[in-house]
Design a protein around this ligand. Structure first.
Ligand SMILES: Nc1ncnc2c1ncn2[C@@H]1O[C@H](COP(=O)(O)OP(=O)(O)O)[C@@H](O)[C@H]1O
Ligand SMILES: [Mg+2]
Length: 314
């Protein structure tokens, strides 16, 4: 059986830069798309390293059940003791912001005040408990799905009763304190192999749909939307690392926002990270290459049945 790096995903466009990085390093890999497929539980899984970059926003690309299918594949792999990078527990967090916030809280990481609600009337009732502006978002989200800002209950009522209301794919709407940043940016902290890769400053003046992939670049923008922060060092980093280690997450981008009083709120964990090519070119740091090197190193540690000697990944 081939000993490879298996990449579990549902987004060919976002995975292509990783495959190119494997090719540059001469690493054997398998593109394992989970858009559709089947596994036979009576069989033994293939050998190698398995990296899951399943995305919470799969349904927005028509891949409604890919996360559920990924859950099946990961259960099978883990039952056979395979080396999985971003485990089934990571997938549970990927598809639930509530699960993320609960787990972050256990590691002393502050999150914005958040309520979760099922049903339109429950959404309104939950929002009634908030003072000041709040946002709604989807529990299973990604790409800023369902993120909207409201200044009060009347505006929320009009939205949920109107034609623009998007029902969350898992039925769970979150109501969350709106964190007003004095300058319009958020910080996204990238980890590979559980280690800090870099942090990137993301301009949010265009709105809530942040997407680091090149395909999402705004035409005609003056200041770059994504900028790698040189020498990023923050007291949250060790807490994030403890959180990641406790939840089977080795590759992730974690987002935080700072309010006018300097309070830091963490609000999103992405386990299928993309890296912005322009920001990386300016900084001379390359996430996909670091990720390929990390996965190559993990592959070299595997005692595969037909272990072909691997070129040292340097
Ligand atoms: N509580 C908040 N206060 C202010 N802005 C927020 C808040 N939550 C999210 N945002 C903005 O909306 C964007 C998308 O929200 P996020 O929780 O990251 O959802 P997604 O998983 O869809 O990326 C964020 O990057 C940020 O710019
Ligand atoms: Mg986000």
């Amino acid at each position: 059986m081939p000993c490879e790096i298996h990449v579990l995903h549902e987004n060919a466009e976002w995975s292509a830069p990783l495959f190119e990085a494997f090719e540059r390093r001469g690493l054997p890999y398998r593109d394992w798309s989970l858009v559709e497929g089947s596994i036979d539980l009576s069989e033994v899984p293939p050998d190698g390293v398995f990296y899951s970059r399943m995305s919470a926003s799969a349904h927005s690309r028509g891949h409604r059940y890919s996360p559920e299918y990924a859950g099946c594949v990961l259960a099978w792999l883990e039952a056979h003791g395979r080396r999985v990078v971003n485990t089934s527990r990571a997938l549970t967090l990927e598809v639930s912001k509530v699960a993320q916030y609960a787990a972050l809280g256990r590691h002393g990481v502050a999150v914005p005040r958040t309520a979760s609600a099922v049903g339109v009337e429950a959404v309104i009732a939950a929002a009634a408990g908030f003072t000041g502006p709040f946002i709604t978002k989807h529990n299973r989200a990604g790409k800023g799905l369902g993120v909207r800002l409201f200044d009060g209950l009347a505006a929320l009522r009009a939205y949920v009763d109107g034609p623009d209301f998007e029902a969350p794919v898992d039925g769970i709407t979150l109501i969350q304190d709106y964190i007003q940043a004095p300058e319009p940016f958020i910080t996204r902290v990238e980890f590979v192999g559980g280690e800090l890769l870099y942090a990137v400053r993301v301009d949010t003046s265009d709105g809530f749909e942040l997407c680091p992939a090149e395909a999402c670049a705004a035409p005609g923008a003056t200041r770059p939307k994504f900028e790698v922060i040189e020498g990023f060092d923050h007291p949250l980093v060790p807490r994030y690392q403890a959180f990641l280690a406790a939840n089977g997450i080795e590759v992730a981008g974690i987002e935080f926002i700072v309010d006018a009083a300097g309070r830091v709120y963490t609000y999103d964990v992405n386990t299928n990270t993309n890296y912005n090519p322009e920001a990386e070119a300016v900084a001379g740091r390359f996430g996909m290459d670091r990720l390929a090197a990390f996965l190559g190193q993990e592959l070299a540690r595997q005692a595969c049945a037909d272990a072909a000697p691997l070129a040292a990944a340097g």
